[in-house]
Structures are given as C-alpha cells and as structure tokens.
Design a protein around this ligand. Structure first.
Ligand SMILES: C[S@@+](CC[C@H](N)C(=O)[O-])C[C@H]1O[C@@H](n2cnc3c(N)ncnc32)[C@H](O)[C@@H]1O
Length: 354
C-alpha cells in the first residue's frame, strides 16, 4: 500500500509533514521470536567503488541552508529531485542501463510505498533538526566517534554535515556506514550528496549565488569526471575516512553484515555514534529499528534519534519508541524540541545503554 503525508509546505527546502490525511497502512505480521518480521528486501553491503560505478555523468544540485542561530547558518548542498527523476526516466528508456529495479515510486507524489520505497529520496524535516543538534554537540563527537552509522539515511544530511565538518576541520580516522532500505536511494541521492559534501568542504563547488542578468539561471551542475572522483577518494584516504553502504531491510542479515559477516558482535565493530531521522513512523518497524540499535550501538555509545512526536495515520510515535527503550533499561535524553509554531512537535533524543 502507498500513502502520502500532507507534504505541501516546504520549509527551508525540507519537506514538512502536517501529519494528517494519511491512509491507513497495514500492520505486518511478525515472525515469532524476532522483531524483524519477514524481511522484505535482503540486506546487502556495497563498497564505495561499487556505488561510484553506478553514478551518472552529471548531477544538478542546490544548497540547503539550515539556520542554527540568529547569525549562523549551515549550508549542505543536495542533489535536486528533478535531476534524480530525469536520470530514472533515461534509465527507463534505456534497457541496457544499469538500473536495479523499476523505481517507479520516484515518479509519483507518494512519500512512502510500504515495503517497496520507504521515503529516502526526499529530505525529511527532522533531518535538519538532527544536523542542528550535531552542530551544537560537535565537541562530543568530533574527536571521539571513530565509527558512525546512519540508519535510514536517505539524502543523508546528518552524515553529509559530519563529513563536511571532518574534512574542513582536519578530522580523521572515521568509518562511516550509510544504510537505506533502497539501493536506488543510495546510488541516486546518498552518494551524490556525500560527494557534494566533499566538494563543499574543499571549496570546489561551482558558485550557487543568486543569478544576475549576466549569469545563467540554470541550476548548477557538476560533472563527475574521473579526476573529480579520484580527488574525492584520495581526500578520504588522506583523512583516513572510509565509507560503506548497506541496502535492504533492518534484519539479522544486516546486523551480520555490519559486523563483517559474523553473527556475534565484537566491541570493535559496534558504533559509538548512530544517527537516524524519521525512522520510527511505522509501529510495525519500530521493534526492528530498536533491535538494530541493540546490536550496533556500543555500550558507551549514543544514538541520536530525530522524529515527529506522532505520525498520524501511520501510527508510529516517539512515545511508543521510548517505551521500548525504557523497557530495555536504556536511557532517553531529549536534546532538542521543536514545539511552538510547528504543526506536529518534533524532537531529537539521545539513546544510550548505560
Ligand atoms: C522517511 S525516510 C527518512 C529519510 C531521512 N533519514 C530523512 O530524514 O530525510 C525513512 C527511511 O527509513 C528507512 N527505513 C524505513 N523502514 C525501514 C526498514 N524496515 N528497513 C530498513 N530501512 C528502513 C528507509 O531507508 C528510509 O529512507
């Protein structure tokens, strides 16, 4: 079943949910003894090289500006959705194109198509809140988080912000894992945005200043040349930053891939920092999401979870999530709240196991 949140308003270029008018979503049956239910898309690990080989020759982008204080903003360049749709149309018309699925949800105005497309092509509102909180707490993660996992990353604004910050502040020695339900989201928006973050941090993006009469009004584009991609890879290497990608459902297999193919975790393969924005909208997948935290968040780590208080129509809520967190004896600390003047309240909370 598909559904559309009431996504008509755009705030700072990030879609805003007026969480009403949502069709009911069927609750999936769960297998006994596991929170994962029957996994819909098998988990797969993808290397940076593999996803680089799936990139288009050009990407069009625009800068997203996130206000931090009255005098400070954060800029994160993002691939334009129209450009993604044009790429998909070209692939649709070209049977030899290296396309994994017919990603038809991208051509509709659906925000989510349950078990097929989980919303990763658009930047959801809470991802900006999470970026703001990471900026506020940068002292806490910038030197101490050598492994970072973003679950349900989609356009990956929080990870892009982290990469920008590390590259422009000389940060090094970090492994970043980006996980999304759809491989198509990873190749179409996640990796392009990561490359844009690198270009932004190294001041090598074409100018996006307001058009004047002499300057073309076209959306800026970058050509993903071999030389640009080699510089991207060598910059990561010089900062000792590695990036890997996971597609598919939250599942035991995904956990095993995260831990290098073994079923039991070791302290070295757990994550001191986990990020997730708008991943708890569906009551049927909250337990699987919590299970992912159980098996990937280190004992002393922190998971930053950004979410709306309630997802009307779909049924997920911060309360349901926090009840499970507390039942496990873990802590939930609210780091940021957006309540006044917003349709539905939003929160960034920090989960810790000790
Ligand atoms: C609403 S989108 C949010 C995307 C992004 N974090 C943002 O805030 O802009 C929800 C994301 O959660 C992930 N997701 C939802 N259900 C999932 C599941 N059962 N298994 C794996 N990923 C899932 C998808 O990858 C999807 O991109």
């Amino acid at each position: 079943m598909s559904f559309k949140f009431n996504f008509d308003i755009e705030t700072d270029g990030v879609e805003e949910v007026d969480a009403g008018h949502v069709e009911d979503t069927p609750v999936e049956e769960e297998d006994e003894g596991t929170s994962f239910g029957s996994s819909r898309i098998p988990a797969q690990l993808h290397s940076l090289d593999e996803l680089i080989s799936k990139l288009p020759p050009h990407i069009a982008f625009s800068p997203l500006t996130i206000p931090l204080t009255s005098s400070k903003t954060i800029t994160i360049p993002r691939r334009e959705l129209f450009d993604v749709k044009m790429q998909l149309m070209a692939e649709d018309n070209n049977p030899s194109a290296d396309t994994t699925t017919n990603f038809s949800a991208a051509f509709t105005d659906e925000d989510i198509r349950t078990n097929t497309y989980e919303g990763g092509l658009k930047s959801w509102e809470c991802s900006s809140d999470l970026v703001k909180q990471l900026a506020t707490d940068s002292d806490l993660w910038i030197t101490s988080s050598n492994r970072i996992l973003e679950l349900g990353c989609g356009t990956a604004l929080p990870s892009c912000y982290i990469l920008q910050t590390l590259l422009s502040s000389g940060g090094s020695g970090v492994h970043l894992t980006l996980a999304d339900y759809n491989i198509d989201v990873l190749r179409l928006v996640t990796l392009p945005n990561i490359i844009l973050a690198y270009l932004h941090a190294t001041n090598t993006l074409p100018s996006t200043s307001q058009p004047t009469e002499e300057v073309s009004e076209e959306t800026p584009e970058i050509e993903l040349t071999q030389s640009l991609l080699s510089s991207f890879l060598s910059t990561l290497q010089s900062h000792n930053i590695t990036i890997s990608f996971l597609s598919g459902s939250w599942s035991e297999d995904m956990i095993s891939l995260i831990h290098g193919g073994i079923t039991s975790s070791t302290p070295e393969t757990m994550y001191p920092l986990i990020l997730a924005s708008e991943t708890i909208y569906s009551p049927s997948s909250i337990p699987a999401f919590v299970e992912m935290l159980e098996h990937t968040l280190s004992h002393t780590g922190k998971a930053y979870i950004a979410a709306k208080d309630i997802y009307f129509g779909v049924g997920g809520s911060v309360k349901d999530f926090v009840d499970i967190i507390h039942a496990k004896g873990w802590k939930w600390d609210i780091a940021r709240e957006e309540k006044r003047g917003v349709g539905v309240g939003r929160v960034v909370g920090v989960v810790s196991k000790s």
